[in-house]
Design a binder for this molecule. Structure first.
Ligand SMILES: Nc1nc2c(ncn2[C@@H]2O[C@H](COP(=O)(O)OP(=O)(O)O)[C@@H](O)[C@H]2O)c(=O)[nH]1
Ligand SMILES: [Mg+2]
Length: 287
């Protein structure tokens, strides 16, 4: 499951990833884009709109259980407003959610296609695929729709195999393998946010540097959760390193009393990714 996150995005790889995606999109009538509700902007690659422009589409803000509920509502409204319902957007939690809202949104985009064929006297199966950048929950979502474990981490470049379709309703078939998109990193700040949630592993940043940035960002979003969790002292604002304070606060020490910053950084990142600091959305909707 971790392999695809270690992919280095050298140009050859990027071209191949895009080629595979383009081929897969050609096989379907509708595309389900999965994004991360904590990063509703940066976890989307705007190139998809071009690659799938002649397909029906829906946008799933997944991992909504880890994002701020109000912010997620704003983002869902924002996208539904700008797309004017042509690309319906819903919040979802593919790790725990019921399948019905997901099927309902797929049905919404598939209905016009079914009707179009019906009007010509044809009963056609509507074919759907799931796509998105690494780690947003594509495989988990496919497994949820399939009702069992089917999709593994086979959506990485270089791994090809036969196309399989999973019947998910009377007239809907789902491609069992997601289409992978590269993350599009618009700027350094977006790159950091993608790294916080674990999309980019081999980033430009060292783990300790990343954790330091994360702590600083979290101090703006959920200060009391950070102060409490890492037992930061009242003079934290004067310190050049929140990570050092967190290591002290949590007692992450090496023999001889030196701070174990490596351990502190790993814990800070793991705890954030697991939602231990509460539900946090890293990007605000522009409503
Ligand atoms: N909390 C939470 N975790 C999720 C959700 N969807 C997926 N995950 C977890 O996120 C990680 C990546 O999921 P995966 O389906 O492999 O992502 P993919 O790379 O897009 O196929 C796994 O550890 C999943 O268990 C969700 O909605 N909520
Ligand atoms: Mg996967």
């Amino acid at each position: 499951m971790q392999t695809e996150m270690r992919v280095n995005w050298f140009p050859g790889h990027m071209a191949k990833t895009r080629r595979i995606l383009t081929e897969r999109i050609r096989l379907v009538d509708a595309v389900i884009e999965v994004a991360d509700a904590r990063l509703p902007k940066s976890s989307r690659n705007p190139d998809l709109a071009k690659l799938a422009r002649d397909k029906a589409s829906a946008l799933i803000l997944n991992k909504a259980d880890l994002a701020d509920a109000q912010e997620t509502d704003r983002w869902v409204s924002f996208y539904n407003k700008i797309y004017n319902k042509t690309t319906p957007c819903i919040a979802y939690d593919s790790a725990h959610g019921k399948v019905s809202p997901l099927l309902a949104v797929i049905d919404t985009i598939a209905k016009p296609i079914v009707e179009r064929y019906k009007s010509r006297g044809m009963a056609k199966t509507v074919r759907v695929m799931v796509t998105g950048i690494p780690n947003v929950g594509k495989s988990t979502l496919i497994n949820r729709l399939a009702g069992k474990m089917i999709a593994q981490a086979e959506d990485r470049p270089g791994v090809t195999r036969a196309t399989r379709w999973i019947k998910i309703s009377d007239y809907l078939e789902l491609l069992d393998t997601p289409g992978m998109l590269m993350p599009k990193i618009e700027d350094t700040a977006a790159g950091k946010r993608l790294a916080y949630v674990g999309t980019i592993k081999d980033g430009i940043l060292e783990t300790e540097e990343l954790a330091e940035y994360l702590l600083r960002d979290l101090m703006n979003l959920v200060p009391s959760a950070v102060l409490e969790r890492y037992h930061l002292p009242s003079h934290y604002a004067d310190s050049p390193s929140l990570l050092e304070l967190a290591a002290i606060g949590r007692g992450f020490l090496l023999s001889g009393g030196r701070l174990n910053l490596e351990r502190a950084a790993a814990v800070v990142l793991d705890e954030f990714r697991a939602g231990v600091l509460g539900r946090v959305t890293l990007e605000k909707a522009e409503l």
